[in-house]
Design a protein around this ligand. Structure first.
Ligand code: ZN
Length: 462
């Protein structure tokens, strides 16, 4: 038996023995209603940040502090420098949660941690307080055997897009310098099937306003030669797709997809497509979801039914939301959409385009050394090889880390498997997944140090 195999077995046992303690700590966090949405009290966020900081401090290894973010809850940051020549790993998760939603639909109170049938129920159990405890548990299990540098980054505003942290990372890239980043906020495609999420699509939003008349005019007296702004806007909206439903906006890219395919019937059921309604676009469902753009109209300003009069509508407005191929720059995609709108506006109608959110996606390079260590760790922890999949939309902070640390390998995994119901009533964390991901992270950090040491024996890192 090699030392490495022995080390894996030791880590497996340590994680297993730690489980009662880890479950208790998860329960303690779930009980704090740290909702980051506007209008909710700030104190629970602060309490959660303090609890998370205390938890990591209790390991007696990391230098832990709170980084204050103007207008949002603080980020818990901790680091332990790498031994000479060893790599550094960022462990990211978030302590803020979604609101509880309709309390009537919860089988147990949202901010109580209740264990039932191998799952821990409560808001945030999976998304993402479980992710925090996986990081903590992995470091706890490694103890003095930890042989890589570690930085913990525990966000308090992920559910509202982490604007402060994104800015902070962009302004202080050196603080976040690392060789590998574990974003512990993903999920397996099914319980027990380890899954690496390797890309997320970006987002670009444009508001378009169309005007044709100085004000509403009687449609009987003027209708016919005079263009209706809502009809003009509708004609523009109709150009976003071809007849088969493929996006037809020039300049919106598509990327190649190399991950898991999705089964049509299961997808149709999951999304709740009404019987007989077609799925649109050529190609596979997975390509459309993960590496091709999609265009939606998410708001339309037009006269309402109440008080609708027989007039020509002088002005109409729509908000266009585009999910972008993971590799496309969001600002250039936004420009492509604006140019498209300008080119298809009929009848010389007056047009105004206002640019909204522009958030580039993320596409991991999956052939680096840390990726192969990660695949080994997942296979060993779960007993089956990992699959790769894209994500349809995602976390700004991941894309920002990717840009700030171009050399780092970024992984996303976590407890959000389909049964976890993140963001919905009765959210829960599967406790076997919880144990397996804690072990995965311990094995990953051990394996990375091991690989690094082997590299050193062969002449060191390039
Ligand atoms: Zn999350």
């Amino acid at each position: 038996m090699t030392t490495r195999v022995r080390q894996s077995e030791v880590l497996r046992q340590r994680v297993h023995h730690l489980l009662p303690h880890l479950k208790e700590e998860l329960g303690n966090l779930v009980r704090i209603p740290s909702i980051s949405f506007p209008g909710y009290p700030e104190e629970p966020g602060r309490e959660a940040a303090d609890s998370v900081a205390a938890l990591f401090r209790s390991l007696d290894r990391l230098d832990v502090r709170l980084i204050e973010m103007p207008g949002e809850p603080p980020v818990v940051f901790g680091d332990q420098p790498a031994p000479p020549g060893a790599p550094t790993v960022i462990l990211y998760a978030h302590y803020d949660v979604q609101p509880e939603g309709d309390v009537e639909q919860w089988l147990s109170p949202p901010f109580e941690a209740v264990e039932r049938d191998g799952r821990m129920y409560g808001r945030g159990a999976a998304d993402d307080k479980g992710g925090i405890i996986c990081h903590y548990g992995a470091l706890h299990a490694l103890g003095d055997d930890l042989a890589v540098g570690v930085k913990i980054v525990i966000d308090g505003a992920e559910e509202v897009g982490s604007p402060g942290l994104c800015r902070y990372i962009a302004e202080n890239p050196a603080l976040f310098a690392a060789d590998a980043v574990i974003v512990g906020d993903g999920g397996n495609v099914a319980c027990g099937q380890p899954t690496l999420s390797t890309s997320t699509r970006g987002l670009a939003v444009v508001d378009v306003e169309v005007e044709t008349l100085a004000g509403p005019r009687h449609s009987g007296l003027f209708g016919g030669p005079v263009p209706d702004a809502l009809v003009a806007l509708s004609r523009m909206i109709a150009t976003f797709h071809d007849a088969r439903g493929n996006v037809a906006v020039e300049g919106l890219d598509s990327d190649q997809y190399g991950g898991l395919t999705l089964e049509k019937d299961a997808f149709v059921e999951e999304v709740g497509l009404l019987p007989g309604v077609d799925l649109i676009g050529d190609g596979t469902i997975a390509e459309h979801l993960f590496t091709r753009p999609s265009v939606s109209v998410i708001a339309l300003e037009a006269p309402s039914f109440a008080g609708a009069a027989n007039v020509i509508v002088p002005r109409a407005r729509a908000r266009i939301s585009v999910r972008l191929a993971p590799g496309q720059d969001a600002v250039s995609a936004q420009s492509a959409l604006v140019e498209h709108l300008e080119s298809v506006a009929p009848w010389n109608a007056k047009l105004r385009c206002d640019r909204g959110v522009a958030m580039s996606g993320f596409c991991a390079s999956v052939d680096g050394p840390a990726y192969s260590v990660a695949r080994d760790a997942l296979r060993e922890a779960f007993g089956t090889p990992a699959v790769q999949i894209g994500r349809g939309g995602g976390m700004p902070v991941q894309a920002v880390l990717h840009r700030a640390l171009p050399g780092a390998e970024i992984f996303q995994w976590g407890l959000d498997e389909p049964g976890a119901k993140p963001h919905a009533p009765n959210e829960s964390a599967d406790l076997l997944e919880f144990e397996h991901f804690t072990l995965t992270e311990a094995l990953f950090m051990a394996g990375l140090a091991w690989t690094e040491a082997a590299g050193d024996r062969q002449g060191g890192r390039p």
